[in-house]
Design a protein around this ligand. Sequence first.
Ligand code: NAI
Ligand code: MG
Length: 462
Amino acid sequence: MKAHDGIYLDGAWRPALSRDLIDVVDPVDEQVVARVPAAGPDDVDAAVRAARTALPGWAATAPAERAARLTALRDALAARQEEIAETVTAELGSPIGFSRAVHAAVPIAVAGSYAELAASHGFEETVGNSTVLHEPIGVVAAITPWNYPLHQIVAKAAPALAAGCTIVVKPAEDTPLVAQLFAEAAHEAGLPAGVLNLVTGRGPVAGQALAEHPGVDLVSFTGSTAVGRVIGATAGAAVKKVALELGGKSANVILPSADLARAVNVGVANVMSNSGQTCSAWTRMLVHRDRYDEAVELARTAAAKYGDRIGPLVNAKQQARVLGYIEKGVAEGARLVAGSTEPPRERGYFVSPTILADVTPEMTVAQEEIFGPVLSVLRYDDEEDALRIANGTVYGLAGAVWAGDEAEAVAFARRMDTGQVDINGGRFNPLAPFGGYKQSGVGRELGAHGLTEYLQTKSLQF
Ligand code: NAI
Ligand code: MG
């Protein structure tokens, strides 16, 4: 694969000061496809300084001009659509059709949405005798994961740029190549030097140096709860704003009046998509006890159909982690109705689509994020029981409710402690605020709500 041997700093690709390199591995065949720099603290410092230097100019740029650069960025990404899809397939392992339809297409849509929002957002408002200015918060550090590698970058960089912030991106070790394509697109879009910088590097080195850097005003992190906690604590100590998008254990609640076959089939597809590496995946299916056996049988049939169509997990560590959770589920009494505790192939980080039945709410597989193609199916007695189970984890990122009547589903959704709920299979909306209740995170991404995360107010009184 094509790779830059430098970091994108102050408007150009430059050699990293650190000599360390990261191997990029194709999870399908375990071969190294490229190497990129693993930046050190001095590289991160140079990137933050470039972003600080560029901040006053970009912050003072008229929103219409920022919108024009974002439109150019959208177009530059669109021109690379096929290259983006092939790159994500090489470094994440997702099937090419999914890479095209989701990994490439969604970030282009999101970049386009922020081009429009930059042009239309009210960066000034009147409140009584005050004029309230919505000003950029400053230099943003974006630390992103590998599961939707371009989307996660665009969901931070596009609103930051629309707001007038400058930014340093530290992408995940596993997926730096599509991040480099993003920096290329930003360069081509004519962003002034230093407005966007990319440092590839390891989490505990480059990521930590960036999160701790005193020149950063806002840290936006998506990834594990463990790292999110540390970043939140560090930012809190420095009185720095932080946005955290952490895990989930979302409930797919199938009420007795629902179209069961549809709810189960869409539910299984939701979990198997991207090999289960989706923070908002509906990994707990809740079914009324009278329809439970029928639902498990439908889920088993649905999972069997996925057989060869799901890609591998991103790396050996994630594969081992997911297989370990399946084992733990069985050890705690869950019934394995599809899938296996063993990898299905000798080569590649694959895990079979797995359905665990007879899962009870206190089991590990009903409480912890697994991040693989594993669905836990739970029974409930009545609606109150379903609600208790749905709300009974530390997480609250997404969810789904299915019912014969939309109003019935909405009434249930209102009582769920979670940031998003899809009603009877509602479609993904790139403008709807995305983010967690409880330990799923702090802050919101996407749309106008995502933009305001990168703004702070200044009130002028007259
Ligand atoms: P991770 O939290 O280690 O990685 C996410 C990002 O944080 C990467 O860019 C990484 O380099 C960086 N990072 C790691 N340590 C850091 C540190 N000390 N300071 C600053 N940055 C640091 O996640 P990992 O290990 O790849 O995945 C483990 C689990 O996390 C997954 O199984 C899943 O449950 C969860 N996860 C959740 C995601 C989400 O979308 N909310 C995305 C990826 C993982
Ligand atoms: Mg890690």
